[in-house]
Design a protein around this ligand. Structure first.
Ligand code: PLP
Length: 449
């Protein structure tokens, strides 16, 4: 296991000369459509730190997009995956099965919400899990329509592009998209015209009205939603929205799918974000945080729904790869042993306290304000606006802030439909000193833009 000193260190420009050399090779050989937030080439990573090839150590507020919640070289992940690698790398579960796959499905049945009988199928990526959730829901209901929400993100494959709301960069020029996908409003409290207090029930009523009038409830196979919307801007649907949608789904024989690919596995301070409103989804999709950085994804759900698909109807060559399964078992072991739900809650407390103080301190700053502070656990964001009265999005400020943080050795990511949200997704194992140092850098950057 890599033991990286848990300290920020900036010894060259960022990116440094070695990263720049590699970047030149990358530009010559890697397709231009594949971007990078910060072209700093990684040498090793662990805890709350990414060390680059020039010897800089960055504070990690990204976790590889909410993946390395246990750190990028967690002891249990490395130990279990290495042992599995030495035993065998692959047989294909559809050819000759192995125990690790079954163990991951058992863990998913135990950890996901609800005490009904559950089954799982494993895949490689989040998009693949979402695609399979749609296959399963259609097979079970014998209906075709799929309902998704404004600001939703579900992946980059053809069907999941159709499910994703934002055009640029995810969809532009890549159509035609899959049919029978319908988009309805979500309860975005900060931008709801009648205010956040009214948002939950009003947005639910609008969404349900559209589903009833425009699609017909009896035609809907699945409703898919992220309990905290990730790429769309860390939007927590206003209180009451999710329960109303679930109730509508249950009353109409619609499969309710929680896409917890970003919000799951302790990220929000619960094993799954939908637990906060007591929601028990019919199906739940997971990926990202599940396996400490190894590629693994799952659909977990009610046994009778999961088993409605004919034998051989689900699968894939690599789905539930044994090394990835070992990684997942190591990640889950780490989450339990280190109480990463507790750690995520503590990160929320520290971050929200500091961010609220920052908003207060810079309330009179002209041209850029923190309009909203939101999120749960270690999935926290600030929405930047030009003027808190008009709430006009300020994507330029988000870009400038990210750039200023990067130069000081703090890795942060942006998101949001309007590109004006700065999001913070530190590994849950990050030390509190590093966390505070990262927030110091952010505050200095905010003062300077
Ligand atoms: C990242 C993400 C996906 C897609 O996962 P990939 O592994 O990139 O295919 C789907 N849904 C949500 C909510 C995500 O955050």
């Amino acid at each position: 296991m890599t033991e990286i000193p848990q300290e920020r260190r900036v010894v060259t420009a960022i990116p440094g000369p070695k990263s720049q050399e590699l970047q030149a090779r990358r530009v010559a050989s890697v397709a231009g459509g594949v971007g990078s937030v910060l072209p700093v080439f990684t040498a090793r990573a662990g805890g709350g730190v990414i060390e680059d090839v020039d010897g800089n150590r960055l504070i990690d507020f990204g976790s590889g997009i909410a993946v390395t919640s246990v750190g990028a070289s967690a002891e249990a992940v490395v130990r279990r995956a290495s042992a599995q690698l030495a035993d065998f790398t692959h047989t294909c579960f559809m050819v000759t099965p192995y125990e690790g796959y079954v163990e991951v499905c058992e863990a998913l049945a135990e950890l996901t919400p609800g005490d009904h009988a559950k089954k799982s199928a494993l895949f490689n990526s989040g998009a693949e899990a979402v695609e399979n959730a749609v296959k399963i829901a259609r097979s079970y209901t014998k209906r075709q329509a799929v309902v998704v929400f404004d600001h939703g993100y579900h992946g980059r494959t053809n069907l999941t592009m159709a499910l994703t709301a934002k055009n640029m960069p995810y969809k532009q020029g890549f159509g035609p998209f899959a049919p029978e996908v319908y988009r309805v409003p979500v309860a975005y409290g900060y931008r709801w015209p009648t205010g956040p207090e009214n948002c939950g029930p009003e947005a639910a009523a609008q969404a349900i009205d559209q589903m009833t009038k425009q699609i017909g409830a009896e035609n809907i196979a699945a409703i898919i939603i992220e309990p905290v919307l990730g790429e769309g801007g860390f939007i927590e649907p206003a209180k009451g929205f999710l329960p109303a949608i679930v109730e509508f789904a249950n009353a109409n024989g619609i499969v309710f799918v929680a896409d917890e690919i970003q919000s799951g596995f302790c990220r929000t301070g619960q094993w799954f974000a939908c637990e906060d409103e007591g929601i028990v989804p019919d199906l739940i999709t997971t990926a990202k945080g599940i396996a400490g950085g190894l590629p693994l994804a799952a659909v977990t759900g009610r046994a009778e729904i999961m088993d409605s698909v004919h034998g051989g109807g689900l699968g894939g060559t690599y789905g539930g790869n044994p090394v990835a399964c070992a990684g997942a078992l190591g990640a889950i072991e780490t989450m339990r042993e280190l109480d990463l739900n507790g750690k995520a809650k503590r990160i929320e407390e520290v971050m929200k306290g500091r961010l609220a103080a920052m908003r207060e301190k810079y309330a009179d700053k002209v041209g850029c304000s923190i309009g909203d502070i939101r999120g749960r656990g270690a999935m926290i964001a600030i929405e930047l606006v030009k003027d808190p009265a008009t709430k006009e999005p300020n994507p330029e400020a988000a870009g400038a802030l990210a750039k200023a943080c990067h130069a000081e050795g703090l890795l942060v990511l942006t998101c949001g439909t309007y590109g004006n949200v700065l999001r913070f997704l530190p590994p849950l194992v990050i030390g509190e000193e590093l966390l505070n140092e990262g927030l110091d850098i952010l505050e200095n950057a905010f003062a300077g833009i």
